[in-house]
Design a binder for this molecule. Sequence first.
Ligand SMILES: Cc1ncc(COP(=O)(O)O)c(C=O)c1O
Length: 418
Amino acid sequence: MRRGTRGGGRRHSNDERCDGSEQRRSHHRHGSHVGERASVPYVSQTIRVVDVPFLDLRAQHAPLREDLLAAIEMLIDTSEFTIGPTVVEFEQQYAAFCRRKFCVGTASGLDAIRLALVAAGIGRGDEVIVPALTFVATFEAVTQAGATPVPVDISDLDYGLDATAVAAAVEPRTRALLPVHLYGQLADMSRLVEIAQARELVVIEDAAQAHGATRDGRSPGEGTRAAAFSFYPGKNLGAMGDAGAVVTDDEDVAAGVRRLREHGQSGKYRHETIGWTSRLDAVQAAVLRCKLPHLNGWNEERRRIAASYSDRLNGLGDIALPPTPPGSEPVWHLYVIRTAAPARLAAYLQQRGIQTARHYPEPPHLTAAYAHLGYSHGRFPVAEALASQCLSLPIFPTMRDAQVDAVCDGIAAYFAHG
Ligand SMILES: Cc1ncc(COP(=O)(O)O)c(C=O)c1O
């Protein structure tokens, strides 16, 4: 992602993605594997630098190649390309992974949120509280459901919705809360659910970045109406294209999403409501089934890398490390540090062959797409400060220790003489 491009509503391409990875470009430039650079003109001659892509999906897929090909070949044989055994089996497996009763696959994460909102009865005239810093899809889902997103500031303690601010923001038109588990860490769901129960609000979770995360022993979709996931390729569990899913313990919501994803029909040509075409593609379900058994291991690797970063970067320059409240077990979809001049640090690291990204440099309420909501600069100070200071460091399960070292050494060098 380049700065500002997502805010304008442009759909991400293969090499400019919502998770900031620049997979194709890095491969073209550096070959298929990360390697040592012979010389880097802008940094000290004595430093040997290791190339570090923001994300390396090819390294993730290489050991799975045979399994993936076999799964796709099987689909060619069965030719069940929409909702059939492959989709149903993945849904059952992902529901079990999430410890939820139901999983309903959708065409994308955005659709998963939108369909969950609509299935839960949210629509025209309703207001939905959303965090002021998130990927724009959170806002889009609310708008596309016919409701109005009402941003509320985030907390510096976890970067999720600030529960105290939420309690103060609830108004008669507020019908739902849509917390986002930003960067792979759950928002303070215990407090948010308490507030929602007291005010009779629906809670739908945007868990697009939080596959496998828990907080206070709670997982997404537990004690709420539903949680929505994205399987965009760069996510902790990623498809080979677009895909998403709703997980829920609520049978009515599951049935509603099932109808809505397929033209509002409850049986062949029995259209009960107006729906969409948003089924989970069977090819994507086949890919996700191959990858799901690896997800816990990949999340563990992310945790190991995050711990290493936190250890090595603590106290360097003006860096603020990501907050992790007690009881939180994030899955580190992103490792986001804060610094006063993130673009300058990013440019310095880029010259050493290290790719970084920004999540997100422009909060949705300040984008052109949401200017009509009428919020100005300064309205959500915590979210806006994070947006101006955030820098996402490379983190992916196949990242080598030498690459982590290169990132930490690069940041240390920047603060020493950058
Ligand atoms: C927080 C958040 N919400 C929603 C989405 C939308 O997911 P998708 O791109 O699969 O539609 C994403 C992913 O890009 C996301 O990171």
